[in-house]
Design a protein around this ligand. Structure first.
Ligand code: SF4
Length: 510
C-alpha cells in the first residue's frame, strides 16, 4: 500500500489502548505506507506541556512516545546518526519535571533513547525573510535547528487560545520561555505560522487514543481510540480539524501556515487512508468541545465577572485570543483541580482585560484585578475614582536578543510583591504581556485562599536540577543564546510557494 500520488497523505488508525507494542506496530505500518525511514539526526517532539496529578490528559502519553521511538528504530536502515526525544514544557516549569511526572523520563531511560530538555540546550538564531513575518529572527534550541528527520508527536486537544492544538500549534514547544513569550499575545496565530519556518516534520503521529476536550492543561478526557499519522503538517491538521467538525480554514494559525505554502487544507488535495474512515472518526468525536470561549462567557455563573476590552489598536484585533484571557481560563481550571471548593471560596471578583470602557458591577468588599499591560479603565470603585493606564509596549520594542527569563521563582516573587502592595487598595494590577498562567494561578489562589497548587516539592527539586545543570554547563563555556548564522539540518523547510490567501477557501469541506 503506497501513496497513490504525490498528495500529502494522512492515515487514520484505530487503537483503543495505551499498549506500546500495539502502538509501535501501527506507527511502523504508517511509516511503511508513507515510505519513510528516519535518517541523520532524528528528533521526536512530544507534547509534554504539563504532567502529574490533575494533568494526566494534557500530554502525549509515554506509551505512545515509546511506540513512536521503537517504530522509528524498526524503520532505521543504519542511516540514523542520533535518535532523540526533545521538548520544552509549559512556561516557568522545568522540562525535567514534566518528563518525570509524565513517565517519559523512566521510559526514555528504559528503552535507552536520548532526551533533550530544550531550555538546557544552546538557543540558536533562525533568520526569517517571508512576507508578513512578525520579526526578522527567532531563536530555537539547537537540536531542533539541526534535525534532519523531525517527528512531531503531539496530543489531540482543544486549546483556549487557538481552538485546537494538533501539529502546527505544538511548535510553541520548540522555543524556550523568554523567546516563547514574545508575541504570545493577540498575534499568537501569526507567531505559530512564523515558527513553521524553523523546521518541518517528515512524519507526524498524534495521540488521540484519549483526547482532551475544552482546554489544554486540564482537558476533559475523551476516548477517541485513534492514532492519526501524516507526512505534511497542514494536511494533517486539516484532517484532525475535520474529525472534530471544524473547517480548518477558520483556525487562523493553520490557515496562515497553509497560505505560506506549508501544505493544503482542502480535503480534495489530501489522500486519506487507514482502517477508520474520516466519517467514522467524526462519529467518534461528535460534539467534541474545542476551546476559544470568550472570558466573559467562561466565567458566567461564578463569583468571577470578567470584562474584556480590545487589546491595543496596533494589534488590529478586537480580543486578545493569544494572551491573558485564555491564561486565566487555564488557571482557574488548575485551581479547581487542586481545590474542589474553589468556586465557593472565591470572593466576588472582577477581572478586567484590555481597554475596557464599560461599568464594573462593584460592591463594597469586592476584589478587582486589572490584568495585563494593556489593561485600561477609568471609573468609580466605591468612593474612589480609579484610573488605570495602559503600560503596553509595542512588539517592535521587544527583541529576542535581549529578552529576559522570568522563571517560576521570579513569578512567585512578582506576585507576592503585587499582593503585598495591593493590600488595603481598591484594586490589584497584574502587569505583563502576557500575564502567565502561573501568575494567574498564584493571584487567584491567594484571593480565594485556595489549597496551594505549588505544595508539590518535586517541581522545586527539578528546578534545582535544572539550575545546577546550567551552572555546570556554564563552567565549560556553554552559552545560552548563540547569535548569527547556525547549522541547519535537512528538516529545515525550503522551496516554499505561498498560497494566494483565500484561493481555495471556498472549496473547503465544511
Ligand atoms: S497584556 Fe495581555 S491582553 Fe493585553 S495584549 Fe498583552 S497578552 Fe494581550
Amino acid at each position: 500500500m503506497k501513496p497513490s500520488d504525490q498528495k500529502p497523505h494522512v492515515i487514520i488508525r484505530h487503537c483503543d489502548e495505551y499498549d506500546p507494542e500495539r502502538i509501535r506496530e501501527i506507527i511502523r505500518e504508517g511509516l511503511e505506507i508513507l515510505d519513510l525511514r528516519p535518517r541523520g539526526r532524528t528528533l521526536v517532539k512530544p507534547n509534554l506541556v504539563m504532567a502529574g496529578e490533575g494533568f494526566e490528559n494534557a500530554h502525549t502519553r509515554p506509551e505512545f512516545l515509546e511506540g513512536v521511538v521503537q517504530a522509528l528504530r524498526d524503520r532505521d536502515e543504519g542511516e540514523v546518526s542520533e535518535l532523540a526525544v526533545g521538548e520544552r514544557c509549559g512556561i516557568t516549569m522545568p522540562t525535567r519535571h514534566t518528563y518525570k511526572q509524565s513517565g517519559a523520563e523512566a521510559m526514555c531511560k528504559r528503552i535507552k533513547v536520548k532526551r533533550y530538555f530544550f531550555e538546557e540546550e544552546p538557543q540558536v538564531e533562525i533568520p526569517l525573510s517571508h512576507e508578513g513575518r512578525l520579526r526578522d529572527y527567532l531563536f530555537t534550541p539547537e537540536p531542533v535547528a539541526k534535525a534532519d528527520f523531525f517527528v512531531n508527536a503531539p496530543k489531540f486537544k482543544a486549546h483556549p487560545w487557538t481552538t485546537v492544538t494538533f501539529g502546527n500549534k505544538a511548535y510553541i514547544g520548540i522555543q524556550d520561555d523568554r523567546h516563547r513569550l514574545i508575541d504570545h499575545d493577540a498575534k499568537l496565530d501569526e507567531k505559530i505560522a512564523d515558527l513553521q519556518y524553523i523546521v518541518q516534520p517528515s512524519f507526524l503521529a498524534i495521540d488521540a487514543i484519549i483526547a482532551g476536550e475544552g482546554r489544554m492543561l486540564t482537558p476533559v478526557p475523551r476516548k477517541l481510540g485513534l492514532i492519526v499519522m501524516g507526512n505534511n503538517q497542514c494536511a494533517f491538521d486539516a484532517v484532525c480539524c475535520q474529525i472534530v467538525g471544524i473547517n480548518p480554514f477558520t483556525v487562523d494559525h493553520i490557515r496562515m501556515a497553509h497560505e505560506r505554502g506549508f501544505g493544503p487544507l482542502d480535503l480534495s488535495q489530501i489522500e486519506i487512508s487507514g482502517d477508520v474512515t474520516l466519517e467514522e472518526a467524526q462519529k467518534r468525536a461528535e460534539g467534541f468541545e474545542v476551546g476559544l470561549v470568550r472570558v466573559e462567557k467562561y466565567f458566567e455563573g461564578t463569583n468571577i465577572t470578567a470584562y474584556a476590552g480590545p487589546p491595543p489598536r496596533s494589534e488590529g484585533k478586537d480580543y486578545c485570543w493569544g494572551g491573558c484571557p485564555g491564561a486565566m481560563e487555564e488557571a482557574i481550571e488548575i485551581l479547581r483541580q487542586v481545590d474542589a471548593e474553589l468556586d465557593d471560596k472565591m470572593p466576588r471578583t472582577h477581572v478586567i482585560f484590555g481597554n475596557y470602557q464599560g461599568d464594573i458591577d462593584y460592591q463594597e468588599g469586592d476584589q478587582v484585578v486589572f490584568i495585563g499591560d494593556c489593561a485600561q479603565w477609568r471609573g468609580q470603585l466605591g468612593d474612589e475614582l480609579v484610573s488605570v493606564e495602559s503600560l503596553y509596549r509595542h512588539r517592535s520594542t521587544l527583541d529576542p536578543y535581549t529578552a529576559e527569563s522570568e522563571d517560576a521563582l521570579r513569578k512567585f516573587a512578582k506576585v507576592a510583591g503585587v499582593m503585598r502592595k495591593s493590600k488595603n487598595k481598591s484594586h490589584i494590577r497584574l502587569t505583563g504581556c502576557p500575564v502567565s498562567v502561573t501568575e494567574h494561578v498564584l493571584t487567584l489562589g491567594q484571593l480565594a485562599k485556595a489549597t496551594d497548587p505549588t505544595r508539590d516539592l518535586s517541581a522545586a527539586f527539578a528546578y534545582l536540577q535544572w539550575k545546577g545543570a546550567m551552572g555546570l554547563k556554564a563552567l565549560v563555556g556553554h552559552r545560552y543564546q548563540v547569535k548569527g548564522e547556525t547549522e541547519r539540518g535537512q528538516a529545515a523547510p525550503t522551496d516554499l510557494v505561498p498560497v494566494k490567501p483565500n484561493a481555495d477557501a471556498d472549496n473547503a469541506a465544511e
